[in-house]
Each structure stands twice: as structure tokens, then as C-alpha cells.
Design a protein around this ligand. Structure first.
Ligand SMILES: [Mg+2]
Length: 173
């Protein structure tokens, strides 16, 4: 059970993600969280840094989709200059949106997908339930919404347990 909360790779920031390594691992699709992964949760627009990172993924022929539990308005505004396929109100960690992604990308295997996110209880658990690899990054800002605060509390307990059992990964992407 604990394994479902275990990220495969841990990085401090999306800028630390090694795109060459993603290519070596034969990844083709990046399931990307927005809030506190790419920008602070209260930052409406994509930042230059985040945009440059996402474009670099595309340039390396990695497809990017935005998968967020936040509202359609938030995701749409963030996505305006990017125009990626987006899945707002994704209800991570539930299976619903992942199943939709599998339908939308039938030519891409689960093993060729990788998730990128900042939360154990949504991004990691959601992806690991589907046997998709995950990179966990540290949240861009520590300030969180109330619901996320509760998740963070559980997350801290889970992370401590994983670390205690030697299940916390050392590997960076
Ligand atoms: Mg997030």
C-alpha cells in the first residue's frame, strides 16, 4: 500500500528535471500538474521559466498535457499561451481522468507516460495507482489552500513512513 505513495524520482524544482534522461527512459507524454508544480497556486499566468521548460519538453518531442484538480477557468487562463491539451477538475487521485487520458492517447503506453507534480496524495498516488512513473517536486510556495493543507498533513505522515522504511527514492530525474 505504501508503495502507491512512493514517487519514482524526486527533484527540487521542474528546472532540475533532466529532459535527456526522460528521453533515455523512452517517455513520450508528461502528465503535468500546474499549481505549485509549475507556478504558485495563486499565480494566474504561466511564468517565462515554466513556459520555457514546457517548450523544451516539446522540443525534445515529449508531449505535455496539463492535468489539474483546479477549475476550468484557472487551467484555461494558464494554458492560453500554451494551448496544450488540458484536463481541469481532474479529481486526482481518482482514476477518472487517467482513464480519459488512456482513451485520448491509445498509441502511448503507460510505461511511456510520466507524471510531474508536487503532491503525494494527488499527483503521486493518482499516477502510481495506474502504474505510471512519477517525479515529485517540492511545492513552489509553501502557502497552500485549506484542502491542500489537510492533504499536506497526511502527506507528511506518509513521507515520514516511507523514509523510515527506506522507501523514499534518492533518484533524481
Ligand atoms: Mg499541485
Amino acid at each position: 500500500m505504501l508503495k502507491k505513495f512512493q514517487p519514482d524520482y524526486v527533484d527540487r524544482h521542474f528546472n532540475d528535471v533532466n529532459i535527456e534522461k526522460l528521453k533515455t527512459l523512452n517517455k513520450k507524454l508528461v502528465i503535468c500538474d500546474i499549481d505549485n508544480t509549475l507556478v504558485a497556486h495563486d499565480e494566474a499566468d504561466v511564468s517565462d521559466k515554466a513556459e520555457a521548460f514546457l517548450r523544451a519538453l516539446n522540443a525534445a518531442r515529449l508531449e505535455v498535457i496539463l492535468v489539474s484538480n483546479n477549475t476550468e477557468d484557472r487551467v484555461q487562463r494558464f494554458n492560453e499561451p500554451l494551448n496544450f491539451k488540458a484536463y481541469p477538475m481532474a479529481l486526482k487521485p481518482l482514476a477518472k481522468t487517467y482513464n480519459q487520458i488512456f482513451k485520448d492517447y491509445p498509441h502511448i503506453k503507460k510505461s511511456e507516460m510520466i507524471a510531474l507534480g508536487d503532491q503525494v496524495m494527488t499527483d503521486v498516488w493518482g499516477a502510481k495507482r495506474q502504474n505510471i512513473d512519477v517525479i515529485l517536486t517540492e511545492p513552489i510556495v509553501q502557502k497552500d489552500l485549506i484542502f491542500t493543507k489537510i492533504n499536506r498533513h497526511i502527506e507528511n505522515v506518509v513521507m515520514k513512513l516511507l523514509k523510515k522504511r527506506g522507501l523514499w527514492p534518492n533518484e533524481k530525474m
